[in-house]
Ligand binder design. Structure first.
Ligand SMILES: Cc1cc2nc3c(=O)[nH]c(=O)nc-3n(C[C@H](O)[C@H](O)[C@H](O)COP(=O)(O)OP(=O)(O)OC[C@H]3O[C@@H](n4cnc5c(N)ncnc54)[C@H](O)[C@@H]3O)c2cc1C
Length: 369
């Protein structure tokens, strides 16, 4: 990283200590259990210039690296996993544009994504599950003279902001052509966003289903003509940014443990220290792996890390519940209960823990042959 980049990304993380941090602290509960602030989250994050972290200065970003962007997700997740997951979807979409050979697509949309004027959403769970032979692609593209006719639906996509979004989805094609990935603007004729899903948490995340009925898009909107190769390339960033959720949530739960009364703290001190040491080691491993490209060569090590981080979150939040005692069950002490709900999201977001475990088992069988 250049010194200018380093200074820039430092100033961005400082911004999180100010206005955004205060807003997240004041609204974390509402963001989790209500939809009323769904329109505000992206704008608050944008105001702190958080979307440009890890985006080259030459492209209008703030400079720095993907590790800095993961650090930003972690900082937001310490305060609100709803806001951090919105950041994940939006920043991951930006990463797709940065990795796309369609530079016209990037140049056209990146400025509005960086300012939060437009929401970026990633509907690629289906594609990830398809690549792991778990389910077939639910979106289909048919080549026409003027582009492609697109049909299908995706049941879960976060950051489908009602005010306007671009959503990434993978499509299969007839014949031998590999699946491709398109960016679908919300005002595409034939695109329909459902009402928000009736979630138990993360309710201000603009999570809804997206259906396409004879929507037509041309190559201007194609992120990649080869989804498997593209997804393999962006997977370290996709998963790394997702791991930022775990880093932040576990860190915050341990901070809550440290706020417990003297007697409680003394009793669980060694347990807290053990979880903290594990979290420190996992943080180092994550930042090193995304920076030196080793996760590209050995995806299994990133899968293992995502699983172990989910276990660390579970241990940290479980210890917070013990440390908080009855106070954690009172509504005015809602942070503990919220973190329990937030933690239950970590294992299910794609690639889910079940999926990763099955991929690792397959990998081990292949290596053993
Ligand atoms: C709040 C919220 C927001 C979300 N936002 C997004 C988003 O922005 N973008 C997006 O693309 N998705 C999103 N999702 C979807 C999410 O990433 C997962 O895909 C989804 O929760 C898990 O899929 P499922 O319920 O359809 O699992 P199911 O298909 O019902 O499977 C259950 C579990 O078993 C695993 N599994 C199933 N079959 C196999 C198999 N053969 N081998 C190994 N493992 C298997 C699955 O991975 C899953 O863990 C969101 C989900 C939630 C709850």
């Amino acid at each position: 990283m250049s010194s200018i980049d380093s200074i820039e990304s430092q100033s961005h993380s400082d911004a999180l200590q100010g206005e955004l941090a205060r807003w997240l602290d004041a609204n974390a509960e509402a963001l989790d259990i209500e939809q009323s602030r769904a329109g505000e989250v992206l704008l608050r994050l944008a105001r702190a210039e958080i979307f440009g972290i890890g985006v080259p200065l030459a492209l209008g970003g703030g400079g720095g690296s993907i590790a800095d962007a993961i650090g930003a997700v972690a900082q937001v997740a310490q305060r609100s996993v709803t806001a951090a997951f919105v950041l994940w979807g939006h920043r991951t979409f930006i990463e797709y544009l940065l990795n796309s050979s369609n530079t016209a697509l990037r140049d056209r949309w990146l400025p509005a994504l960086l300012t939060g004027e437009l929401a970026g959403a990633t509907g690629l769970s289906n594609a990830m599950k398809f690549l792991s032979n778990i389910e077939s692609l639910q979106m289909h593209a048919v080549r026409e003279a003027s582009g492609w006719t697109l049909n299908g639906s995706l049941p879960w996509i976060t950051n489908l902001r009602r005010e306007g979004f671009l959503a990434a989805a993978a499509f299969d094609h007839a014949g031998a052509a590999p699946p491709s990935i398109f960016a679908i603007p919300s005002d595409t004729e034939g695109a329909h966003r459902s009402d928000d899903l009736d979630l138990i948490g993360l309710r201000a995340s603009n999570t809804a289903a997206l259906t396409l009925k004879d929507a037509v898009l041309d190559e201007q909107y194609q992120i990649s003509a080869d989804a498997p190769a593209f997804l393999a390339r962006v997977r370290p960033a996709f998963l790394g940014l997702q791991c930022g959720l775990s880093l932040g949530l576990a860190r915050r739960a341990l901070a809550a443990v440290a706020e417990a009364g003297d007697g409680t703290r003394a009793t669980i001190k060694s347990e807290a220290a053990r979880i903290e040491a594990t979290l420190d080691a996992e943080t180092d491993q994550l930042m090193t792996g995304v920076s030196d490209a080793s996760f590209l060569q050995r995806p299994a090590s990133l899968f293992e890390l995502r699983i172990s981080l989910a276990q660390t979150v579970s241990a940290a939040v479980g210890l917070e519940v013990q440390a908080a005692g009855g106070r954690g069950y009172l509504r005015q002490q809602a942070g503990t209960a919220r973190r329990v709900r937030e933690a239950s999201f970590i294992p299910i977001v794609t690639p889910s823990l079940v999926q990763l475990k099955s991929q690792l088992a397959l990998h081990e069988r292949t290596v053993a042959q």
